[in-house]
Ligand binder design. Structure first.
Ligand code: ATP
Ligand code: PLP
Ligand code: MG
Ligand code: NA
Ligand code: MG
Length: 297
């Protein structure tokens, strides 16, 4: 494994619970990274609860923080990580951040989770879709859409593994050399499809991991997944299958612990979304036991 790095992570913050930066920063620190969080929102709790309160950072306020760092020559990053972004103006400011960081480090890896929706439902303003397609995908190094987001970015439906692999090829042609469709719902299982194009124009190396679906609904898992994929793929830059196996195995351990902890206090796990037991899972994050294996195509 190669060295770790310094990550700028622009994501949501919640006072209580684990989504956005709250689910990404701690695991990346455990994996040995310096992580500098910018909180794109600060909410009391995630938006799946009956109510929430808090503040939203705007594009200018994001840029102020970047200028503050630049003023002290503190803008050297090996990685930029972004997740849920709620407005077009903030997404455009993030694009400016990408250019600025690349001007300081041309080798910057930009890991983008193009969070737009799930299971057929869009949960960002419609106008963000074309910005992701036209401006963000071309500058991303690694992209982690779910099935619905991959459909939005490619314009075609994903109904089979073959469609998923085709979507990855389409996205490579648009920019990123690493694409992971983090979850495709097929036959009651979740399928992860990974694709790594080592040279532009070459056929990518592709694999899948079949993940048995746990009958519960979790939040923060997409954000944790992308963070773990960044963490491990940087340690195994030429072996995305291993990186994905490690990331998936940690995540599944977190989810199984979460489910059993909720059940042990008599909570009905199928009725509400569960806050992941992240802190309690630190050993599974540092040294995951690989139980789900990648299958190369
Ligand atoms: P995005 O962040 O782009 O919305 P996503 O929709 O893939 O991505 P999640 O639905 O949170 O995000 O899933 C991320 C990962 O979490 C999946 O790859 C899977 O490993 C795991 N996961 C989430 N829910 C379950 C579940 N009920 N059973 C098993 N694994 C799950
Ligand atoms: N960020 C915020 C502010 C949220 O409210 C939520 C979920 O409600 C998420 C992120 C969820 O992310 P994930 O897709 O990782 O479950
Ligand atoms: Mg999902
Ligand atoms: Na995803
Ligand atoms: Mg998500």
């Amino acid at each position: 494994p190669s060295d770790t790095g310094r990550i700028l992570s622009i994501q949501s913050h919640t006072v209580q619970g684990y989504v956005g930066n709250k689910s990404a920063v701690f695991p990346l620190q455990l994996l040995g990274y310096d992580v500098d969080p910018i909180n794109s929102v600060q909410f009391s709790n995630h938006t799946g609860y009956p109510s929430f309160k808090g503040q939203v950072l705007n594009g200018q306020q994001l840029w102020d923080l970047i200028e503050g760092l630049e003023g002290n020559d503190l803008l050297f990053y090996t990685h930029l990580l972004t997740g849920y972004i709620g407005s077009e103006s903030f997404l455009n400011a993030v694009l400016q951040v990408v250019s600025k960081l690349r001007s300081k480090n041309p080798e910057l890896t930009y890991v983008c989770d193009p969070v737009m929706g799930d299971e057929g439902k869009l949960y960002v303003p419609q106008e963000l879709v074309s910005v992701y397609r036209e401006k963000v995908v071309p500058v991303a190094s690694m992209l982690t859409p779910n099935q619905f987001e991959a459909e939005l970015l490619t314009g075609f439906k994903i109904k089979s593994e073959g469609d998923g692999r085709e979507a990855c090829r389409f996205l490579h042609a648009a920019g990123p050399s690493k694409v992971i469709i983090t979850s495709i719902n097929i036959d009651g299982n979740l399928l992860l499809i990974g694709s790594h194009q080592k040279e532009k124009g070459e056929p990518p190396r592709q694999f899948k991991i079949v993940i048995p679906k746990i009958p519960a609904y979790f939040t923060g898992t997409g954000d944790l997944m992308t963070a773990l994929l960044l963490g491990w793929s940087n340690k195994y830059p030429d072996n995305m299958e291993i990186a994905a196996e490690l990331a998936v195995s940690s995540l599944q351990a977190v989810l199984h612990r979460t489910l059993s902890d909720y059940k042990s206090v008599g909570h009905d796990a199928e009725s509400t979304s569960l806050e992941i037991r992240l802190i309690q899972s630190q050993d599974d994050i540092r040294s995951p036991q690989v139980k789900l294996k990648a299958e190369l195509y």
